[in-house]
Every structure is written in structure tokens, then in C-alpha cells.
Design a protein around this ligand. Structure first.
Ligand code: SF4
Ligand code: SF4
Length: 377
């Protein structure tokens, strides 16, 4: 599928300040003729942020609302009508919008919320995968601008532009996909399939403050002072992974894209604009449990088939922290294999059938799911 060169822009943006963010976003769109060349006057534009859960912006779990607000304003100035939509993991969409600051963005800009409820089946362009149940509401807009948050991810190594589009799969289907594709590389093939089906016109990564350590929900905010953008989400993730010091194989969406020879999966096919990798690189970034340890270097050397087994053998297990668990049951709802029970107000996991998808860790609002190498019962 590889047929040409891709362009990715990296620019500095030290703070979430409207002037700095606007300058950064302008820099990102400039090599593509400005935002006016990406969208058309009168078009309906969906901004797809990362809205994993109802979490305040300071926790760096969701795309910062200021990035969304400034982008919405720029689209409106270019003559577009803005919608904001996502399908968060567990919390109701309205609650997630309120706590993450997006409700305020909609009030200030007049952007409308697009609720993802209906499903349309889209053929997968990746061999061997079934049709993808995307949000039918995507048909109500002319194009999508994907605005992810740069974070570590326990399953895929990193979440950036490609993984962010998984939010275009409606509700319970996400759970089913984890069940059907439990291995990180298989799951990443599915993520690529979703990304190719959504076909965003442009992708932006909010890395002004990123997340390091045990992301995507429980890591630590880390100021990187960067915004990045590209029309190609695969190329954007390839570059972001390099900036954070990952081997491409440690970010399974990038590894899977290489496997399929997708445009943007090979750094040699990418033209960088703005900062170079060396200028942007973060040498001491905590790349989280999926990529730390001496063995992770081997990822760069193993063929894909071996990599699957290797990944599976060394992945940690979820373990409930009894001190923190409130027995709320959110993890039980999220678990694709239904191996979580709530007994006497505490969650417990039957590890034998756990596929280690980490949905429970992602969605537990109390940080009560830890990842351990040898779970106790
Ligand atoms: S582990 Fe977390 S999500 Fe699960 S019941 Fe306990 S507090 Fe709720
Ligand atoms: S217990 Fe957690 S990691 Fe295991 S299958 Fe259920 S949601 Fe996934």
C-alpha cells in the first residue's frame, strides 16, 4: 500500500495559552496551505478529541480543551461548522464533556455535540478483518479532524493519532473487539482498520502536556511543550514514537502498519517540517510497562509472528488494590471476558481467563487496578 512520501509537522507550544496554541496550530497547518486548504467553506467538520473518561484536563488523560477550542475557532474562521464527538469508554458522553472541559468549549464556540449512538458497518480494507461498526453519525459531517492526546498505553505501547480513532466505534463493540483481538498486534491491526475507515482529513497530537508511565489513564502528566500534525495518522504516530524514544516495534499500531507497508510507517518515507526529531526528542520519557525493561529491546529484532508470542508471555496481569476499590462495578461492566466479580463491595479477577486487554485499568475511576507480573488471588 506504500505509494509516496508523507509530511509531519512538529512545533513547540510550551503552555496551554490561547496565543501559543493558535500559533502552534497555525504552524502545523501552514505546510498544507493553512487550515483553509484542509477544510472547505460551509463544510461540517467533526473534531474528534481523546475523551477517554470524565477526567479534568490537568490529569492529561484527555485532549486539552484549549487545543480543541482554538482549533474550533480556526475552523469557524475558515468558514466551517464545528461538531465535537467521541464515544468515551464508560462515563456518559455528557458527563465526560463537562468534566473534561469540552462542554465549556461548546458554549464558548457554539460547536455542537455529535452523540455517537447509531452504527454503520464499513468494510475493512485490511485483509482478514470483518466489517467495522463505526458511528453512523460520521455521515452527518463532511470531514473529520482527529485531535489525540499523546500518552503511553499498557496494551499498544503508545496512544496517539491512530488509537484515538477507536472512539469512532460505538459503545459495546469496543468490548467485543478486545475479546476478538486480544493480542496487541492483532488489536492494532483492527485499530488501523478503523483509522483507514474513518479517513480523517487531518490529525493533530496534543503533546503540550503528555502522559508518561502507566497510561492511558493512570500515568503522570509530563510537559513536552509540543504540538504535532499530519494528514496521515500513521506517519504522525511513527514520528511521535521516535520523539518519545520508542522502538517502532514497541508501539504496536506502528509495528502493524509496517507489517502492512502502510504509508507513513517507515520513517525514511516521512518529510519532517518544523522541529527535527533530535530537537523534539525526550530522552528520559517513562515509556510505561509495555516498553520498559531490557527485553523490550528485542522487539526491534523479532519477526512479527514471534513478537506476538513474546508479547503475550511477558504482559502483566491486572490486580485489584483492595485499599482503593470501592466496588463501583465499572471494571466489571468494561471487562470483555466477564472475569471480574464484585463480592462484599470489592472487585476480584479470575486471571485464568483474563485476556489482559487492560480495559479495567483504563476505566477504573479510583486507580484501583494495578498491573503486576504475578497476580495474587
Ligand atoms: S476496581 Fe475500580 S472500577 Fe472495579 S469495582 Fe473497584 S473501584 Fe470500581
Ligand atoms: S480483567 Fe481486565 S484485563 Fe482482564 S479481560 Fe477483564 S478487563 Fe481485560
Amino acid at each position: 500500500m506504500n505509494s509516496g512520501r508523507e509530511k509531519v509537522v512538529i512545533t513547540g507550544c510550551r503552555h496551554y495559552h490561547p496565543v501559543e496554541v493558535r500559533q502552534g496550530l497555525r504552524e502545523i497547518f501552514k505546510p498544507f496551505g493553512g487550515i483553509e486548504s484542509v477544510i472547505g467553506r460551509g463544510q461540517k467538520i467533526l473534531i474528534k478529541p481523546n475523551l477517554l473518561a470524565a477526567v479534568p484536563p490537568a490529569e492529561a488523560v484527555t485532549t486539552h480543551p484549549l487545543v480543541v477550542r482554538v482549533l474550533a475557532e480556526m475552523i469557524q474562521e475558515a468558514g466551517g461548522k464545528v461538531f465535537i464527538g467521541d464515544s468515551p469508554g464508560s462515563d456518559r458522553q455528557e458527563l465526560a464533556h463537562r468534566v473534561s472541559g469540552l462542554e465549556e468549549v461548546m458554549k464558548k464556540t457554539g460547536a455542537e455535540m455529535l452523540v455517537f449512538e447509531k452504527i454503520k458497518e464499513v468494510e475493512s480494507t485490511i485483509r482478514g478483518l470483518k466489517a467495522i461498526p463505526l458511528a453512523a453519525e460520521l455521515d452527518e459531517v463532511d470531514l473529520v479532524i482527529n485531535v489525540g492526546k499523546l500518552k503511553t498505553h499498557s496494551l499498544t505501547g503508545m496512544t496517539g493519532a491512530v488509537k484515538n480513532l477507536f472512539g469512532c466505534v460505538v459503545g459495546a463493540n469496543k468490548k467485543r473487539f478486545h475479546l476478538e483481538h486480544p493480542l496487541p498486534l492483532d488489536f492494532s491491526r483492527l485499530l488501523l482498520s478503523v483509522s483507514l475507515a474513518v479517513k480523517p482529513a487531518f490529525s493533530v497530537l496534543d503533546a503540550v502536556v503528555a502522559m508518561e508511565g502507566p497510561g492511558p489513564r493512570r500515568g503522570k502528566p509530563r510537559q513536552l511543550g509540543l504540538l504535532m500534525g499530519s494528514p496521515n495518522p500513521v506517519a504522525l504516530d511513527t514520528v511521535a514514537a521516535e520523539v518519545l524514544g520508542f522502538f517502532p516495534e514497541q508501539v504496536t499500531t506502528v509495528a502493524a502498519a509496517r507489517d502492512f507497508k502502510l504509508n507513513g510507517a517507515d520513517p525514511d518515507d516521512i518529510d519532517l517540517v518544523g522541529l527535527s526529531i533530535e530537537e523534539a526528542r525526550v530522552t528520559d520519557f517513562d515509556r510505561g510497562p509495555a516498553a520498559t525493561g531490557k527485553l523490550s529491546r528485542l522487539f526491534a529484532l523479532l519477526p512479527v509472528a514471534m513478537l506476538k508470542n513474546f508479547f503475550y508471555a511477558r504482559r502483566p496481569y491486572p490486580q485489584v488494590n483492595r485499599e482503593r476499590c470501592t466496588g463501583c462495578g465499572i471494571c466489571r461492566e468494561a471487562c470483555p471476558t466477564q472475569v471480574i466479580r464484585i463480592t462484599d463491595g470489592l472487585a476480584s479477577i479470575e486471571h485464568y481467563e483474563c485476556i489482559r486487554c487492560y480495559c479495567c485499568q483504563e476505566l477504573c475511576p479510583h486507580g484501583a487496578i494495578m498491573l503486576v507480573n504475578s497476580p495474587s488471588h
